[in-house]
Design a protein around this ligand. Structure first.
Ligand code: NAP
Ligand code: F7E
Length: 345
Protein backbone atom coordinates (compact mmCIF):
# COMPACT_ATOMS: atom_id res chain seq x y z
CA UNK A 1 0.00 0.00 0.00
CA UNK A 2 1.43 3.38 -1.05
CA UNK A 3 1.88 5.98 1.67
CA UNK A 4 1.15 9.64 0.92
CA UNK A 5 2.01 12.63 3.09
CA UNK A 6 0.16 15.93 2.62
CA UNK A 7 0.88 19.34 4.05
CA UNK A 8 -2.19 21.60 3.92
CA UNK A 9 -4.41 18.55 4.46
CA UNK A 10 -7.02 20.64 6.30
CA UNK A 11 -7.46 23.09 3.39
CA UNK A 12 -9.79 22.93 0.39
CA UNK A 13 -7.42 20.96 -1.86
CA UNK A 14 -6.00 18.86 0.97
CA UNK A 15 -9.45 17.54 1.84
CA UNK A 16 -10.28 16.59 -1.78
CA UNK A 17 -6.83 15.07 -2.31
CA UNK A 18 -7.18 13.02 0.88
CA UNK A 19 -10.49 11.61 -0.40
CA UNK A 20 -8.94 10.93 -3.81
CA UNK A 21 -5.89 9.11 -2.41
CA UNK A 22 -7.96 7.03 0.02
CA UNK A 23 -10.15 5.97 -2.93
CA UNK A 24 -6.94 4.95 -4.74
CA UNK A 25 -6.11 2.63 -1.83
CA UNK A 26 -3.31 4.74 -0.29
CA UNK A 27 -2.51 5.22 3.38
CA UNK A 28 -2.73 8.98 3.91
CA UNK A 29 -0.86 11.04 6.48
CA UNK A 30 -1.87 14.70 6.77
CA UNK A 31 -0.15 17.56 8.53
CA UNK A 32 -2.34 19.71 10.73
CA UNK A 33 -1.11 22.75 12.56
CA UNK A 34 -1.98 23.78 16.06
CA UNK A 35 -5.00 26.09 16.20
CA UNK A 36 -7.01 27.39 19.15
CA UNK A 37 -10.20 26.22 17.47
CA UNK A 38 -11.05 23.15 15.40
CA UNK A 39 -9.50 23.28 11.92
CA UNK A 40 -10.41 19.82 10.60
CA UNK A 41 -14.01 20.50 9.48
CA UNK A 42 -13.24 19.59 5.88
CA UNK A 43 -11.80 16.22 6.93
CA UNK A 44 -14.01 15.14 9.80
CA UNK A 45 -16.20 12.94 7.55
CA UNK A 46 -13.08 10.90 6.63
CA UNK A 47 -11.63 10.43 10.05
CA UNK A 48 -11.79 7.09 11.87
CA UNK A 49 -10.26 6.60 15.26
CA UNK A 50 -6.72 5.35 14.69
CA UNK A 51 -7.27 2.70 17.35
CA UNK A 52 -9.73 1.02 14.96
CA UNK A 53 -8.26 -1.60 12.67
CA UNK A 54 -8.26 -0.66 9.00
CA UNK A 55 -7.79 3.06 9.59
CA UNK A 56 -5.79 4.48 6.64
CA UNK A 57 -5.96 8.19 7.37
CA UNK A 58 -3.86 9.84 10.07
CA UNK A 59 -3.31 13.47 11.09
CA UNK A 60 -0.08 14.68 12.70
CA UNK A 61 0.79 17.99 14.33
CA UNK A 62 3.62 19.91 12.65
CA UNK A 63 4.14 23.29 11.02
CA UNK A 64 5.89 24.39 7.83
CA UNK A 65 7.70 27.05 9.86
CA UNK A 66 9.25 24.32 12.04
CA UNK A 67 11.84 22.33 10.08
CA UNK A 68 12.53 19.82 12.86
CA UNK A 69 8.88 18.78 12.99
CA UNK A 70 9.00 18.05 9.25
CA UNK A 71 12.17 15.95 9.47
CA UNK A 72 10.68 13.96 12.35
CA UNK A 73 7.43 13.26 10.46
CA UNK A 74 9.14 12.18 7.25
CA UNK A 75 11.56 9.99 9.19
CA UNK A 76 8.66 8.26 11.00
CA UNK A 77 6.20 7.98 8.10
CA UNK A 78 8.59 7.36 5.17
CA UNK A 79 6.03 8.28 2.50
CA UNK A 80 6.17 7.29 -1.17
CA UNK A 81 4.51 10.51 -2.28
CA UNK A 82 4.60 14.00 -0.73
CA UNK A 83 2.13 16.74 -1.67
CA UNK A 84 3.14 20.19 -0.41
CA UNK A 85 -0.14 22.12 -0.28
CA UNK A 86 0.33 24.23 2.86
CA UNK A 87 0.43 28.01 2.49
CA UNK A 88 -0.97 31.28 3.72
CA UNK A 89 -2.88 31.25 0.46
CA UNK A 90 -4.78 34.56 0.49
CA UNK A 91 -3.27 37.11 -1.89
CA UNK A 92 -4.75 40.22 -0.22
CA UNK A 93 -3.73 38.98 3.25
CA UNK A 94 -0.19 38.45 1.96
CA UNK A 95 0.16 42.24 1.70
CA UNK A 96 -0.73 42.49 5.43
CA UNK A 97 1.55 39.62 6.56
CA UNK A 98 4.27 39.40 3.90
CA UNK A 99 7.01 37.90 6.09
CA UNK A 100 4.80 35.14 7.44
CA UNK A 101 3.47 34.40 3.94
CA UNK A 102 7.03 34.02 2.65
CA UNK A 103 8.07 32.01 5.70
CA UNK A 104 5.41 29.38 4.98
CA UNK A 105 5.17 29.33 1.17
CA UNK A 106 8.85 29.90 0.35
CA UNK A 107 10.77 28.88 3.50
CA UNK A 108 8.35 26.05 4.24
CA UNK A 109 8.86 24.51 0.80
CA UNK A 110 12.63 24.67 1.24
CA UNK A 111 12.37 23.13 4.74
CA UNK A 112 10.29 20.27 3.39
CA UNK A 113 12.66 19.64 0.48
CA UNK A 114 15.58 19.68 2.90
CA UNK A 115 13.73 17.22 5.13
CA UNK A 116 13.40 14.89 2.13
CA UNK A 117 17.10 15.26 1.33
CA UNK A 118 18.31 14.84 4.92
CA UNK A 119 16.20 11.76 5.59
CA UNK A 120 17.42 10.22 2.31
CA UNK A 121 13.86 9.39 1.27
CA UNK A 122 13.27 8.04 -2.20
CA UNK A 123 9.88 9.57 -2.80
CA UNK A 124 7.98 11.69 -5.29
CA UNK A 125 7.23 15.32 -4.50
CA UNK A 126 4.41 17.64 -5.63
CA UNK A 127 4.67 21.41 -5.19
CA UNK A 128 1.49 23.53 -5.21
CA UNK A 129 2.55 26.38 -7.45
CA UNK A 130 0.17 29.06 -8.62
CA UNK A 131 -0.95 31.01 -11.69
CA UNK A 132 -0.41 34.10 -9.47
CA UNK A 133 3.29 33.70 -10.37
CA UNK A 134 2.40 34.90 -13.89
CA UNK A 135 0.95 38.11 -12.44
CA UNK A 136 0.96 40.73 -15.17
CA UNK A 137 2.25 38.44 -17.96
CA UNK A 138 -0.20 38.66 -20.89
CA UNK A 139 -2.69 35.77 -21.35
CA UNK A 140 -2.86 32.94 -22.19
CA UNK A 141 -0.13 31.67 -19.85
CA UNK A 142 1.69 28.33 -20.18
CA UNK A 143 4.87 26.68 -18.85
CA UNK A 144 7.09 28.91 -21.01
CA UNK A 145 5.48 32.24 -20.05
CA UNK A 146 7.88 34.49 -18.09
CA UNK A 147 6.79 35.08 -14.49
CA UNK A 148 5.92 38.56 -13.20
CA UNK A 149 4.54 38.14 -9.64
CA UNK A 150 2.43 40.98 -8.20
CA UNK A 151 2.10 40.16 -4.48
CA UNK A 152 4.15 38.81 -1.59
CA UNK A 153 2.16 35.58 -1.99
CA UNK A 154 3.12 35.28 -5.65
CA UNK A 155 6.78 36.10 -4.95
CA UNK A 156 6.88 33.45 -2.23
CA UNK A 157 5.23 30.88 -4.51
CA UNK A 158 7.78 31.68 -7.20
CA UNK A 159 10.57 30.81 -4.77
CA UNK A 160 8.75 27.58 -3.86
CA UNK A 161 8.46 26.74 -7.55
CA UNK A 162 12.07 27.47 -8.49
CA UNK A 163 13.55 25.73 -5.43
CA UNK A 164 11.51 22.64 -6.34
CA UNK A 165 12.97 22.73 -9.87
CA UNK A 166 16.41 23.23 -8.31
CA UNK A 167 16.11 20.13 -6.07
CA UNK A 168 14.99 18.15 -9.11
CA UNK A 169 18.02 19.29 -11.08
CA UNK A 170 20.54 19.16 -8.21
CA UNK A 171 19.57 15.94 -6.43
CA UNK A 172 17.57 14.02 -9.04
CA UNK A 173 14.43 14.23 -6.90
CA UNK A 174 11.21 13.24 -8.69
CA UNK A 175 9.72 16.68 -7.96
CA UNK A 176 6.88 18.14 -10.02
CA UNK A 177 5.31 21.56 -9.83
CA UNK A 178 1.65 22.13 -10.68
CA UNK A 179 1.01 25.71 -11.79
CA UNK A 180 -2.66 25.66 -10.97
CA UNK A 181 -5.14 28.35 -11.93
CA UNK A 182 -7.99 29.28 -9.56
CA UNK A 183 -10.06 26.33 -8.49
CA UNK A 184 -13.13 26.53 -6.32
CA UNK A 185 -15.76 24.41 -4.60
CA UNK A 186 -18.23 24.49 -1.72
CA UNK A 187 -15.17 23.89 0.51
CA UNK A 188 -13.42 27.06 -0.71
CA UNK A 189 -12.39 29.42 2.12
CA UNK A 190 -15.10 32.01 2.77
CA UNK A 191 -12.89 35.04 2.01
CA UNK A 192 -11.97 34.09 -1.57
CA UNK A 193 -14.15 35.98 -4.00
CA UNK A 194 -16.19 33.08 -5.41
CA UNK A 195 -17.22 31.72 -2.02
CA UNK A 196 -17.76 35.21 -0.61
CA UNK A 197 -20.21 35.78 -3.47
CA UNK A 198 -22.07 32.46 -3.34
CA UNK A 199 -22.38 32.64 0.45
CA UNK A 200 -23.75 36.18 0.21
CA UNK A 201 -26.25 35.12 -2.47
CA UNK A 202 -27.55 32.38 -0.16
CA UNK A 203 -27.73 34.72 2.84
CA UNK A 204 -29.46 37.48 0.85
CA UNK A 205 -31.93 34.96 -0.59
CA UNK A 206 -32.82 33.81 2.92
CA UNK A 207 -33.08 37.39 4.23
CA UNK A 208 -30.14 37.35 6.67
CA UNK A 209 -27.86 39.73 4.72
CA UNK A 210 -28.62 42.98 2.86
CA UNK A 211 -25.52 43.90 0.90
CA UNK A 212 -22.37 42.40 -0.58
CA UNK A 213 -19.28 44.61 -0.67
CA UNK A 214 -16.62 43.65 -3.21
CA UNK A 215 -13.42 45.07 -4.69
CA UNK A 216 -12.31 44.95 -8.32
CA UNK A 217 -15.11 43.52 -10.47
CA UNK A 218 -13.05 43.71 -13.69
CA UNK A 219 -10.39 41.13 -12.78
CA UNK A 220 -10.53 38.02 -14.98
CA UNK A 221 -9.83 34.54 -13.71
CA UNK A 222 -9.79 31.03 -15.14
CA UNK A 223 -11.98 29.29 -12.56
CA UNK A 224 -12.27 25.50 -12.37
CA UNK A 225 -13.61 22.87 -9.97
CA UNK A 226 -11.18 21.82 -7.20
CA UNK A 227 -11.74 18.01 -7.34
CA UNK A 228 -10.59 18.07 -10.99
CA UNK A 229 -7.35 19.78 -9.95
CA UNK A 230 -6.34 17.31 -7.22
CA UNK A 231 -6.63 14.58 -9.86
CA UNK A 232 -4.03 16.48 -11.91
CA UNK A 233 -1.67 16.60 -8.86
CA UNK A 234 -1.81 12.83 -8.52
CA UNK A 235 -1.40 12.30 -12.28
CA UNK A 236 1.83 14.36 -12.22
CA UNK A 237 3.37 12.02 -9.65
CA UNK A 238 2.44 8.91 -11.67
CA UNK A 239 4.61 10.03 -14.64
CA UNK A 240 7.99 8.35 -15.19
CA UNK A 241 9.66 11.77 -15.39
CA UNK A 242 8.94 14.79 -13.17
CA UNK A 243 7.95 18.11 -14.74
CA UNK A 244 6.02 21.37 -14.51
CA UNK A 245 2.42 21.62 -15.66
CA UNK A 246 -0.07 24.46 -16.09
CA UNK A 247 -3.58 23.35 -15.09
CA UNK A 248 -6.70 25.38 -15.90
CA UNK A 249 -9.86 25.31 -17.99
CA UNK A 250 -8.79 27.67 -20.81
CA UNK A 251 -11.82 29.91 -20.16
CA UNK A 252 -11.73 33.19 -18.23
CA UNK A 253 -14.51 35.32 -16.75
CA UNK A 254 -14.64 38.60 -14.86
CA UNK A 255 -15.61 38.80 -11.21
CA UNK A 256 -18.67 40.75 -12.45
CA UNK A 257 -19.74 37.79 -14.62
CA UNK A 258 -19.39 35.45 -11.64
CA UNK A 259 -21.53 37.80 -9.54
CA UNK A 260 -24.21 38.13 -12.21
CA UNK A 261 -24.52 34.38 -12.69
CA UNK A 262 -24.48 33.57 -8.97
CA UNK A 263 -27.29 36.02 -8.19
CA UNK A 264 -29.24 34.78 -11.23
CA UNK A 265 -29.01 31.22 -9.81
CA UNK A 266 -31.14 32.48 -6.90
CA UNK A 267 -33.42 34.61 -9.12
CA UNK A 268 -31.90 37.84 -7.77
CA UNK A 269 -30.67 40.95 -9.60
CA UNK A 270 -27.10 41.54 -8.43
CA UNK A 271 -27.29 45.30 -9.07
CA UNK A 272 -29.69 45.70 -6.14
CA UNK A 273 -27.26 44.15 -3.66
CA UNK A 274 -23.61 44.60 -4.71
CA UNK A 275 -21.50 47.64 -3.89
CA UNK A 276 -17.83 48.27 -4.59
CA UNK A 277 -15.71 49.04 -1.54
CA UNK A 278 -12.13 50.16 -2.35
CA UNK A 279 -11.04 48.51 0.91
CA UNK A 280 -10.94 45.26 -1.05
CA UNK A 281 -8.66 46.61 -3.78
CA UNK A 282 -5.09 45.25 -3.75
CA UNK A 283 -1.91 47.38 -3.85
CA UNK A 284 -1.09 45.62 -7.13
CA UNK A 285 -3.75 43.65 -9.02
CA UNK A 286 -3.51 40.67 -11.35
CA UNK A 287 -5.87 41.59 -14.18
CA UNK A 288 -6.13 38.61 -16.46
CA UNK A 289 -5.24 34.95 -15.94
CA UNK A 290 -6.10 32.40 -18.62
CA UNK A 291 -4.54 28.94 -18.75
CA UNK A 292 -3.06 27.31 -21.80
CA UNK A 293 -3.09 23.80 -20.33
CA UNK A 294 -2.28 21.98 -23.56
CA UNK A 295 0.74 20.23 -21.99
CA UNK A 296 -1.35 18.78 -19.13
CA UNK A 297 -4.06 17.73 -21.58
CA UNK A 298 -1.55 16.06 -23.87
CA UNK A 299 0.90 14.51 -21.38
CA UNK A 300 -1.44 13.69 -18.48
CA UNK A 301 -4.70 13.27 -20.39
CA UNK A 302 -6.15 15.80 -17.94
CA UNK A 303 -9.52 17.44 -18.71
CA UNK A 304 -11.78 19.59 -16.52
CA UNK A 305 -15.18 17.99 -15.92
CA UNK A 306 -17.21 20.99 -14.68
CA UNK A 307 -18.16 24.09 -16.69
CA UNK A 308 -18.10 27.64 -15.34
CA UNK A 309 -21.92 27.78 -15.17
CA UNK A 310 -22.07 24.42 -13.35
CA UNK A 311 -19.39 25.51 -10.88
CA UNK A 312 -21.36 28.63 -9.93
CA UNK A 313 -24.55 26.58 -9.57
CA UNK A 314 -22.82 23.90 -7.43
CA UNK A 315 -21.48 26.57 -5.06
CA UNK A 316 -24.73 28.56 -4.76
CA UNK A 317 -26.76 25.39 -4.12
CA UNK A 318 -24.30 24.22 -1.45
CA UNK A 319 -24.43 27.59 0.32
CA UNK A 320 -28.23 27.59 0.22
CA UNK A 321 -28.22 24.14 1.83
CA UNK A 322 -25.73 25.32 4.46
CA UNK A 323 -27.70 28.41 5.49
CA UNK A 324 -30.96 26.44 5.50
CA UNK A 325 -29.42 23.89 7.88
CA UNK A 326 -28.21 26.71 10.13
CA UNK A 327 -31.61 28.39 10.08
CA UNK A 328 -33.20 25.10 11.09
CA UNK A 329 -30.64 24.96 13.91
CA UNK A 330 -32.09 28.13 15.45
CA UNK A 331 -31.11 31.61 16.56
CA UNK A 332 -27.68 30.89 18.05
CA UNK A 333 -26.45 29.17 14.89
CA UNK A 334 -27.86 32.00 12.78
CA UNK A 335 -25.81 34.60 14.62
CA UNK A 336 -22.60 32.80 13.65
CA UNK A 337 -23.77 32.12 10.10
CA UNK A 338 -24.19 35.77 9.14
CA UNK A 339 -20.74 36.92 8.22
CA UNK A 340 -19.22 39.93 9.89
CA UNK A 341 -17.17 42.53 8.06
CA UNK A 342 -14.03 41.42 9.87
CA UNK A 343 -14.17 38.00 8.24
CA UNK A 344 -14.12 39.36 4.70
CA UNK A 345 -11.06 40.11 2.61
P1 NAP B 1 -6.28 26.69 1.68
O1 NAP B 1 -7.68 26.17 1.68
O2 NAP B 1 -6.00 28.09 2.13
O3 NAP B 1 -5.41 25.67 2.58
C1 NAP B 1 -4.12 26.00 2.99
C2 NAP B 1 -3.62 24.93 3.94
O4 NAP B 1 -2.32 25.30 4.44
C3 NAP B 1 -4.50 24.73 5.19
O5 NAP B 1 -4.52 23.35 5.49
C4 NAP B 1 -3.73 25.49 6.24
O6 NAP B 1 -4.01 25.07 7.57
C5 NAP B 1 -2.31 25.14 5.85
N1 NAP B 1 -1.31 26.02 6.45
C6 NAP B 1 -1.25 27.37 6.47
N2 NAP B 1 -0.17 27.79 7.15
C7 NAP B 1 0.48 26.68 7.57
C8 NAP B 1 1.66 26.46 8.33
N3 NAP B 1 2.40 27.46 8.81
N4 NAP B 1 2.05 25.17 8.57
C9 NAP B 1 1.31 24.14 8.12
N5 NAP B 1 0.16 24.29 7.41
C10 NAP B 1 -0.23 25.55 7.13
O7 NAP B 1 -5.63 26.53 0.22
P2 NAP B 1 -6.11 25.64 -1.02
O8 NAP B 1 -7.06 26.45 -1.83
O9 NAP B 1 -6.50 24.29 -0.54
O10 NAP B 1 -4.76 25.57 -1.86
C11 NAP B 1 -3.81 24.54 -1.62
C12 NAP B 1 -2.43 25.02 -2.08
O11 NAP B 1 -2.48 25.33 -3.47
C13 NAP B 1 -1.94 26.30 -1.40
O12 NAP B 1 -0.55 26.20 -1.31
C14 NAP B 1 -2.32 27.39 -2.37
O13 NAP B 1 -1.46 28.51 -2.20
C15 NAP B 1 -2.12 26.69 -3.69
N6 NAP B 1 -2.96 27.12 -4.80
C16 NAP B 1 -4.29 27.24 -4.66
C17 NAP B 1 -5.07 27.59 -5.75
C18 NAP B 1 -6.57 27.69 -5.64
O14 NAP B 1 -7.18 28.29 -6.54
N7 NAP B 1 -7.20 27.11 -4.63
C19 NAP B 1 -4.46 27.82 -6.99
C20 NAP B 1 -3.08 27.68 -7.10
C21 NAP B 1 -2.32 27.31 -6.00
P3 NAP B 1 -5.34 25.59 8.36
O15 NAP B 1 -6.49 24.78 7.80
O16 NAP B 1 -5.02 25.30 9.77
O17 NAP B 1 -5.49 27.06 8.04
O1 F7E C 1 -9.53 36.95 -5.86
C1 F7E C 1 -11.02 40.11 -6.95
C2 F7E C 1 -9.56 40.13 -6.51
O2 F7E C 1 -9.05 36.21 -3.53
C3 F7E C 1 -9.88 36.81 -7.22
C4 F7E C 1 -5.87 31.90 -4.29
O3 F7E C 1 -6.38 30.59 -4.21
O4 F7E C 1 -6.10 31.90 -6.68
C5 F7E C 1 -6.47 32.59 -5.51
O5 F7E C 1 -6.00 33.94 -5.54
C6 F7E C 1 -10.08 38.17 -7.84
C7 F7E C 1 -8.95 39.18 -7.54
O6 F7E C 1 -8.31 34.78 -5.51
C8 F7E C 1 -13.01 40.82 -4.00
O7 F7E C 1 -9.04 41.45 -6.54
C9 F7E C 1 -12.91 41.51 -6.05
O8 F7E C 1 -8.64 39.88 -8.71
O9 F7E C 1 -10.67 34.87 -4.93
P1 F7E C 1 -9.44 35.69 -4.86
P2 F7E C 1 -6.88 35.13 -6.13
O10 F7E C 1 -6.32 36.38 -5.61
O11 F7E C 1 -7.00 34.99 -7.61
C10 F7E C 1 -4.68 31.80 -6.92
C11 F7E C 1 -4.48 31.00 -8.17
C12 F7E C 1 -3.93 31.32 -5.74
O12 F7E C 1 -2.90 30.69 -5.87
C13 F7E C 1 -4.34 31.84 -4.42
O13 F7E C 1 -3.88 31.00 -3.37
O14 F7E C 1 -11.27 38.75 -7.27
N1 F7E C 1 -11.96 40.54 -5.90
N2 F7E C 1 -13.55 41.68 -4.88
C14 F7E C 1 -12.00 40.09 -4.64
N3 F7E C 1 -11.28 39.13 -4.02
C15 F7E C 1 -11.58 38.88 -2.72
N4 F7E C 1 -10.90 37.89 -2.07
N5 F7E C 1 -12.54 39.58 -2.03
C16 F7E C 1 -13.28 40.57 -2.62
O15 F7E C 1 -14.14 41.18 -2.01
Amino acid sequence: MKKAFLTGATGQDGSYLTEFLLAKGCEVHGLKRRSSSFNTDRLDHLYRDFHESGARFFLHYADLTDGGSLVKLLYDIRPDEIYNLAAQSHVKVSFEVPEYTADVAAGGTLRLLEAVRLTGLRCRFYQASSSEMFGSAPPPQNETTPFHPRSPYACAKLFGHTITVNYRESYGLHASSGILFNHESPRRGETFVTRKITRAVAHIKRGVQDKLYLGNLDARRDWGYAPDYVRAMWQMLQQDQPGDYVVGTGEAHTVREFVELAFACADLDWKEFVEVDPRYFRPAEVDYLLADASKARRALGWEPSVTFADLVRIMVDADLREIDAKLRGGEEALRTAVHSEGRNM
